[in-house]
Design a protein around this ligand. Sequence first.
Ligand SMILES: C[S@@+](CC[C@H](N)C(=O)[O-])C[C@H]1O[C@@H](n2cnc3c(N)ncnc32)[C@H](O)[C@@H]1O
Length: 352
Amino acid sequence: MTDASLAAVANFDQKQALDLRERQIAVLGSAKQIAHVIYVVTELGIADRLVDGPQPVGRLAADTETHEDALRRILRAAAAFGIFAEQEDGTFAITPLGEGLTSARIGGLRPMVQFSFHDFNRLPYAEIMHSVRTGEPAFNKVFGMGFYDYLQTHPEVNRFFEGFMAHWSRRLADRFAAELAPERFGRIADIGGSNGYFLAKMLQRHPAGTGVLFDLPEVVADAEPLLKEHGVAERVEVVGGDFFSSPLPVGADAYILKSIVHNWPDDTCVALLKRIRAAIGEADARLIAIDQIVPPLNQWDHSKIIDIDMLVLFGGKERDLREWKAIFGAAGFELVNTPAAYGWALLEARPI
Ligand SMILES: C[S@@+](CC[C@H](N)C(=O)[O-])C[C@H]1O[C@@H](n2cnc3c(N)ncnc32)[C@H](O)[C@@H]1O
């Protein structure tokens, strides 16, 4: 290659890199609009309406009682991200990415979008600067109470949240059942176990085991039908209480905290872990936390985004491995396994 052609290639690469950077900036700077487009198509159930074949916008607008041209522009924007395919004949078709928005897809996006756009989430985000200035949850500023107190006074929101947590459990139950190996334990206590979905899945794999489901009284009130449906109701003791003040179950061989620790700041977590440590007493029981681990410097992981929800909604945080070890140590536990390096992980600890 001549010097001139090498220079031309280098210039071209630079131009491409600049174009890419500009596009990245445009996408990141438009994250709000993009999220709203995804919200609208989720709210209108567009993906479900396309699973049997492409549809003209007019038909979709009539079915969803929306303005045809406005809907066309929303779908065109969604198609620019590969969520749907805009076709020559004016119809829109589903794509592999769009399938993630269908209600049938367990691992899909839909529950996450509904969670993000629920008023209990959307309104505190409008006050995110309060969280950034104070480190306190904007949720409490907006609603005048903590997240879980709000759920207790809004039963329909509480049920939505239980469903959202069960969605995550459905995605994670098999993976973590294998890692947790419930058959090692005679009695398993799920502390903050919501409506019992995860515990039920563990006990289905371990027919000789028994369990204790512990959560707020209003939450465990919904557990019975689910435990019956999974055929484990006779083996589960259901206890309603406050894990910061009520007596915790004693005599369990494993204490599970799934998606609990990340809801709270360090001192509150240490207080809760110390209560579990006291409930274990001299026994050789295990503490099993299932939560996120934040990866090191600059690495992309969803935990770094969920962490912002923890800040704004709960005043909690996602932790890196060093931070996990610190709160375990402060409460009298030591880590005994090698958890996944980042993302969803199972951390097993024993009393020191
Ligand atoms: C993020 S959810 C996790 C639920 C479940 N472990 C799961 O992974 O699906 C947190 C749970 O903690 C419970 N919780 C919050 N504060 C509590 C308290 N003070 N005492 C008992 N349970 C509490 C909530 O009711 C909720 O079910």
